[in-house]
Design a protein around this ligand. Sequence first.
Ligand code: IVH
Length: 671
Amino acid sequence: MASAVPEKARARAAALRTQIREADHRYYVLDDPLLADSEYDELYRELVELETTWPELLTDDSPTRRVPGSVAAGFEPYAHPSPMVSLDNVMTADDFREWVVSGDRYLKSDAPRTFSVEPKIDGVGLELIYEQGLLVAAATRGDGLVGENVTANARTIRSIPQRLRGPGVPEWIAVRGECYCRKDDFLAFNRAAEEAGTRTFANPRNFVAGSLRMLDSSIPAARPIRYFAYALGGVRGTTYGSQGELIDALAALGLPTIPEARVLTGADAVVARYGELAAERESLAYELDGVVVKVDDATLQDRMGMRIRSPRWAVAWKFPAQRAQTRLLAVDWSVGRTGVVTPRAILEPVFLAGVTVQHATLHNLDELERLAVRVGDVVELERAGDVIPKVLRALPESRTGNEHDIEIPTACPACSTALARAEGKVALRCGNFACPAQLKGHLAHLAGRGALDIRGLGEKQIEQLLREGLVEDAADLFCLDEERLAGLERWGTKSARNVLEQIEAARTRPLDRFLVALGIREVGERGAQILARAFGTLAGVAAATREELLELDEVGEALADSVLTWFAEPRHRAMLERMATAGVRPLRVEAPAGGVFEGLTIVITGTLEALSRDEAKQLVEGLGARSSSSVSKRTDLVVAGPGAGSKLKKAQELGLEVIDEAEFLRRAGRT
Ligand code: IVH
């Protein structure tokens, strides 16, 4: 009953909201606080109190809504209003100048151009949709066409305004930018987490990515995540003449923009600015992994246009991977889920590219030989972006005589089985199918994100289940008993129930995720998707012949043979049967529905001009079709470029429909 709210309360709530929004803007966007923390808290409490007393006062864009109370069941897909493209990379100044020259050629002009030169923020891309100035949706990039709707989480990020400000608020705008975490905030978060014994993160980017994907938005709400706006996904009711103008407009709308962005003319000025940013990198508040250079003028941007996945008018000029030197203290050997035994360097802790590094991969025996490294050596490390640090080389000149050779194990460190090194292969392998380390690795993989995603079943828990003899293979996970679980040390009824609920949900994961979970060699995310789409069911994949597998596009002999071998193994068949008995029913994976090529089998042959082969295949699949490499009666459509030979001939003999690249692009809606 709105009428019950006293006018005074209504006016006070509105005034408080304005004040709090302004304070948020000054604090989170301008980095120039307006109020002391205690004053802010006081206003905030007063607003919460008013909204609690008169719930009718609560508006969707109220600052109090940033601390949410609901947990989502999953993320809805979100179709971006225009593709969220990625950028081509250059690594050196020469490459960059070459990119400028190729732009000149494209534009048929070598008049100096103006560029917007911006730090490439090492975070997670996020699109924000504002309607009439109100934040109505936020979505991750996903595959560029469809992302995940993470609006509830985005609302908790205080540098993202819930409502745009000032004159010039467009009726509709899609803003693109990056969620990131400042280096100091990240260190403080990890320090506090360590003290509290809760989860720490490897780097700011993982931290942000994980936070955005939380179903319970009270988690990101409590984390120091920020946002920079730097691009446009679309706008109605106005236009911006240049990237510089866009950035100024975004800032005027109350969005945070990157303070270090500059508009500069000519390649030399860009090269100089790149050098400055590389030098300032350590002292900047956020992590950047390079520089993004964008043609400033919007008319030129339009004229230069797009390739399929990246614009011609922008490029990412990456920083080289960062390096450091430290001492190799020891080498330990770990057994992966496929039995491969790999060496890992234990290092004297060293700070490198924002994190303290204590371990690095040494890959395999060949790599050890190549490095000729000894325990006690000083080694040079490299860490590029997100990847595990790598040992680049040893520095024999700094040897003291106290170094010693790395001992290559002859027996599995987990089960003592003698290790084999297959002829011509670089891997040391433990051939014991029952090796506990392999089993642990396999179960951890199966419960992991890209596979069955069983939350609450991490390595520690799996180790415990194996130790206690509750599971001996993956099928046993689906037969766990609540009482026994709850009785384990550190478990209890609540966590037992949670994990069993997760396992329940895992019984009906999509077939491709299930195939990934089985851990068949060579079958990664992509391979699993292809198999799942082609055969529909697990029984279908299990029954596939070598010919049927090889007929699939992108499926080579290694993958086909690996699938055949896996399913031929009686232990695997028995395990699948026990899973089926325990109610495991992977869901059929359909190609995306509603695409213009829905349900068709398409063969691409010859050379294409506008698209690479991979791009064409992705396009075909994104529009609902199956891409195949061989022409048969079952082929529906053949796309033939110049140079097409036997496949084209066969298609003609079979009387199939054959089109050229231009027609293909037209049907795909890409021209
Ligand atoms: S602009 C057409 N600007 O880098 C322009 N991207 O491949 C599209 N990124 O994942 C992007 N800082 O999330 C742009 N200042 C910046 C950026 C930036 C970081 C990320 C972005 C995307 C990748 C580009």
